[in-house]
Ligand binder design. Structure first.
Ligand code: ATP
Length: 451
């Protein structure tokens, strides 16, 4: 059943232009995906909603857009060059490569037991190489000479661009603790096993907030663990406002042994994907590790001067980190439904209106010039404010079906009565109710419902 739902979502995503396998005409490239016309609108709506909640509507968060390639010292300081690796094993027989921790979890054994008890999921053999660390950063070279001195990395996370700009942003935006710096952008990880559609890919986008606050001993208001609790609540409320069903999202606090050595606490927001509850977003208390490391490696003092305490110190950091692509997949899974409209079965994506890629579709009842002209006029006027779609082909029923599959919340039909009463019929995707409203009121109606 779970596989069935996932298969249906993957096929709908391709058929309707949400997501395509990258470079498909050349056989694709494992772990890389392209977003089509509906996918890019959905992605943009996710990013806009996040930016609005985290940056635009707050006084205490500033946004940035840093470079994808940083000076490689950045990744020495962050620990990625020495530590950003996953354990992997190869099957001696079929030569497939697996993430050792995933394989062990799936087979109910410890990583240390793979050589004795592990079984290859592809060919069934019990002959594995010993687990070895595999660094997940993609390497490239900067400049015309490809030698050791020109090695650079595609960022595996966006947050380091924030840490290395901490002083620039603090000073230019005149920020005082507690405050945040946020960024949305691409990240790259050479994942051992990209899988579950876009859940784990090799190129993806992250939306990260680094929330800088006073260390526990200097806390004048909330302590770092209280800010951690605050951001957990904020982020959960955001996920629910985006339309995810309450029963499908939950917190999972990391146990001590799971925590990175520098982290004081970490919580995942998990979503109930068709393949089980999995991490959607991570919310971590990173202590003062990052700024300390960058100060040490760069030689630049990145401590904050606390005017009240008359002390310099490294702020603590609370980090909510969410993948755009993973959020998009959660929204697709959550919205997917099959039901009936007038005795006919339909597939419908019940996106919350503010998330829906297309807000409304406009149809002339039949292909008559006078109805088409009014429909075109309504379409053009709405296009200034929202994404809408004009469709004149096929029966009204088929046009409804197409828009249901795209998750469009409203369909507007121009019929012969429109010529007399200057009104149109608006059909609601979920209740299937139809309302008659004046053409001049359509825009305000849609703006109110879909913002
Ligand atoms: P894992 O342990 O599952 O490899 P992680 O815990 O290292 O992942 P984080 O570094 O916490 O992941 O990444 C923060 C967020 O970025 C994740 O919650 C997820 O939404 C997103 N993300 C991370 N890796 C990927 C990926 N390979 N593909 C898509 N999204 C990702």
């Amino acid at each position: 059943m779970a596989d069935d739902k996932m298969d249906k979502i993957v096929s709908l995503a391709k058929r309707r232009g949400f997501i395509f396998a990258d470079s498909e005409i050349y056989g694709g490239l494992n772990g890389f995906w392209d977003f089509g016309p509906l996918g890019v609108e959905l992605k943009n709506n996710i990013k806009k909603a996040w930016w609005k909640a985290i940056v635009q509507s707050r006084d205490d968060v500033a946004g940035i857009d840093s470079s994808i390639i940083h000076n490689p010292r950045t990744w020495e300081a962050s620990g990625h060059i020495s530590n950003f690796s996953d354990p992997m094993v190869d099957c001696h027989v079929c030569k497939q490569r697996f993430r050792a921790d995933h394989l062990a979890e799936e087979q109910g054994i410890e990583v240390s037991e793979i050589l004795i008890k592990g079984k290859c999921p592809t060919c069934g053999s019990k002959d594995f190489t010993a687990p070895k660390a595999f660094n997940l950063m993609f390497q490239t070279h900067v400049g015309p000479v490809a030698d050791d001195a020109s090695v650079a990395y595609l960022r595996p996370e966006t947050c380091q661009g924030i840490f290395i700009n901490f002083d620039n942003v603090r000073q230019s935006a005149r920020l005082k603790l507690p405050f945040g710096i946020a960024q949305i952008g691409k990240a790259f990880r050479n994942e051992v096993n990209p899988r579950n559609f876009i859940f784990r890919s090799r190129e993806f986008e992250q939306m990260e907030l680094e929330w800088f606050c006073e260390p526990p001993q200097f806390a004048s208001s909330k302590k770092p663990d209280e800010w951690h609790a605050y951001w957990k609540e904020e982020r959960m409320n955001w996920h629910l406002a985006m339309g995810l069903k309450k029963e499908n999202v939950r917190f999972r606090d990391h146990e001590k042994k799971e925590l990175a050595h520098y982290a004081a606490a970490a919580t995942d927001v998990e979503y109930n994907f068709p393949f089980g509850f999995k991490e959607l977003e991570g919310i971590a208390n990173r202590t003062d590790f990052d700024l300390k490391q960058h100060s040490e490696f760069s030689g630049k003092d990145m401590r904050y001067f606390d005017e009240q305490a008359k002390e310099k110190y490294f702020p603590y950091v609370i980090e909510p980190s969410l993948g755009v692509d993973r959020m998009l997949l959660a929204l697709l899974c959550d919205a997917y439904a099959e039901d009936e409209d007038g005795g006919e079965s339909r597939v419908v994506l019940r996106f919350a209106p503010q998330v829906a890629p297309v807000k409304a579709a406009i149809f002339p009842l039949i292909k008559k010039p006078e109805l088409m002209a009014i429909s075109e006029q309504i379409t053009q006027s709405l296009k200034q404010d929202m994404v809408v779609f004009y469709d004149e082909t096929g029966s009204i029923g088929r046009r409804y079906r197409r828009m249901d599959e795209a998750g469009t919340p409203y369909c507007i039909t121009v019929d012969f009565d429109t010529l007399d009463d200057q009104a149109v019929t608006i059909r609601d995707r979920d209740s299937l109710k139809q309302e008659r409203i004046k053409i001049e009121e359509v825009k305000a109606y849609l703006l109110e419902k879909t913002r």
